[in-house]
Unconditional design. Sequence first.
Length: 441
Amino acid sequence: MTEPSPPTEAPAAVTPRSRILAWAMWDFGATAVNAIVVTFVFSVYLTSTVGDDLPGPTSPASWLGRALALAGLVVAVMAPLTGVWVDAPSRRRRALAVLTGMVVLLTASMSFIRDDAQYLWPGLILLACTAACSELATVPYNAMLRQLSTPRNAGAVSGFGLALGYFGSVLALLVVYLGFISGSGDTRGLLNLPIEDGQNVRAAVLLVAAWFGLFALPLLVTVPAPVAGERAERIGVLDAYRRLGRALRDEWHRDRHVVYYLGASAVFRDGLAGVFTFGAVLGVTVYGVSQADVLLFGVAASVVAAVGAVLGGRADDWFGSKRVIVTSLSAMIAVALALLMLSGPAAFWACGLMLCLFIGPILSSARTLMLRMTVPGSEGVAFGLYTTAGRAATFLAPWLFSLFIDIFDSDRAGMGGLLVVLALGLAAMLGVRAPHRRILG
């Protein structure tokens, strides 16, 4: 199949490395919020400590799932609107600054959530709002990639940003674990913070809020200023959704493979999220890995994924985004099949790290391919659709994971459900015609 030429772009000036580094540092800070607040620390504090004596038939974990599902619905509704609004480059810094500031403020507010069941509800609201704002902030952030890269180096820049994000999560996890969480007794961590009333966790979220604000600041200061004389058109809410509908219709008529790609990427990205989400659960319940070692595995996995993102970004510029995605998905399916048949902690570590090695290239190239398939000047709408499409399929991996466990009456079978999602994403991706021009010299 002959691949079409990429959208024509105006020649871009070489972006200073300091500006690219500032862009990547935002992701370095944002991943700390996702790792500490949404995944490993604050959410666990809410469900296992704050809500441990919650009355009623619904468990705190179930309420957490509902809160995050609602956050996902908000993102699905608001991401297209955000995308249309930040199509104008002059609005991107403003939107990113507002959303970043909200994440920092919401995260800092979590320090008021005490170990009392009545604080579960405000804690869940803060967590859901933080997750939604953090996800929405990726729309203007991803749209800035066009301002910071050229067709020659877009893959490398995207991979570098993703890799630095992984290293940010590793460093944040180590700092919080060693300083605030590790140990036993009435005080925890190297700082000897008391666990009474959740003081150690509440101090950790304050650190994470400051962490994100500090590492996001360089991008908000150094992002390219609007072109002289550029005026952003005023857009109302209804007009934004009308424009989005026209954009989706125009994309279908211009190149329906963009629409195909949005669907394919939504499926395989949900499969990747499922591997991350349920990998630790399978490690403990099926492969005999201790809960402490799972946290260490998470650190190692982030490092491996970061290395994979850098290597995948280079391969993207040379071989093309689609080839990197298809090859990496194929490799993940093969490794996951092997893991499905093996047992023991050693197998989990070896196969799990191999899976993570290919996750970085897929996520990096998925973002780059969206950029390559987008008409210059429509990055905001494109990444708004990209975010919305990803949210639209978030039910698939959890549903198939639980369905396979119920059918085969085995936690191990849940991996089979995740394999089905990855396979569906690969099959859909094979039908996408992706632009790529090999650039030499």
